[in-house]
Write a protein that binds this ligand. Sequence first.
Ligand code: LFR
Length: 519
Amino acid sequence: ATEHRFAAVDLGASSGRVIVGEVAPGRLALHEAHRFPNQPTRVLGTLHWDILSLYQGVLNGLKTAAAQTGNGLTSIGIDTWAVDYGLLAADGTLLANPVHYRDTRTTGAAEKVAAALPPRALYAATGIQRLPFNTIYQLIAAQGTPTLTAAHRLLLIPDLISYWLTGELGTELTNASTTQLIDPRTRDWAAPVAQALGIDLSLFPPLRRPGDPAGTLRQDVLTEMGTTHPIPVTAVGSHDTASAVVGVPATTPDFAYIATGTWSLAGLELDAPVLTEESRAANFTNELGVDGTVRYLRNIMGLWMLQECVRTWNTETARTASTSSTGTTGSTASTASSTGSADLTALLRAAAQATPLRSVVDAGDPAFIAPHHMPDRIADACRRTGQPVPRTPAETTRCVLDSLALAHRRAIEDATRLSGRTVSAVHIVGGGVHNTLLCQLTADACGLPVIAGPAEAAALGNVLVQARTAGAITGGLPELRALLHSTQPLRQYEPTGDHSAWDRAAARFGDAQVTRAGT
Ligand code: LFR
């Protein structure tokens, strides 16, 4: 059988990449064509994505991918983070730079939405968890602004990239579900929700499903790439988490997954949504997955908490260094060592030696969403809940990882209880696979084996859906996953240590929750 080459464009919150997947029956290999930073920019107080720089990264990556494959790409697929969008004028011009979901413009929007549509009714209609940045809250916050008023079309980020590449408009379904405007039972727009909130659904181009054709590269794009060979774009699970869940190498149906990276998305794959009141209270979401599945999961703050801590420590270290070079003498060395070098490997090694479960914070708390001052916010959370405040970067790191492991455990426990399913193993995919301490702590906390890998699950899920559409492979999700299992390096972690310590910490964690809810 012939081998096909596919390009997966995968944009994440900290970097974008273009990855080439080589696929033939029984064979699946990836190599990275290009990786580029994703640097959000604050303009007039509002946090934006630098979308043109990201698009240039995509073009550069596709050019490299085309060259590396001797212009032999069968197709291209695009996935990115969810909920955010660009607005287009009638002639297709982007009216404004897309706003970042971590921007605070949605403060107060939930109350406005609740006044128009009670939270219970909204959940019963959409099954989407309450997150301050869901598209509906962004749209409510933007209502009446000149840009939204002038907008002819709204394109979610992967659909915007796809439009620039092909000139064709569409709204991919898995990502559309994160707008909170889709009914997970019909897998179509929830028109009554849109109507109650005064959101004009005609802003969204028609829905497309993973596997649908999404156009062919425009001539100017081909020129930019230095090729003449026309390449189709195929819709994939364009929400990165939907592609990452395709990329889970499960061999049995009773698995839980944690898609890790900036976020931890922890939960189960289901055939039908769970729209109960208990599910709403537990803040579980029913995002749509590939092949008619539902991604029943909860958003957990993820490695963002650690990334932001490291950013703070690096800034402090840099400041200390520059202070000393301008003449201040004395405490530089001790300050630098108490602040700690933010070299991640060293930090994780020290965190592994730190006292386990000394203090834990609620890694689901939206208070951790915004950038800046993460170590302070973690310290505050410990203080507020009457726990020891971490004193060093290693202790703070341990607190974050213990807290994430506990949040993973709680999400999986809640998901099984609320859906009536059982779980025999937990799959960790995405960037967190490289964090061996987090993987081990998650196995310990859950009391279940953790199978870690692949790290590039989103790109793999993206490639697999393209490959099936092109006829390079056949089968449903179990067959795609079997191919992952037989071709990708995986590492298994068995639960170790004293499980009752985690039970006690979980109870403490529960207390922390109650304290927060009451304040
Ligand atoms: C992960 C992710 C999550 C989504 C968050 C914001 O990259 O897509 O699934 O909740 O980013 O879009």
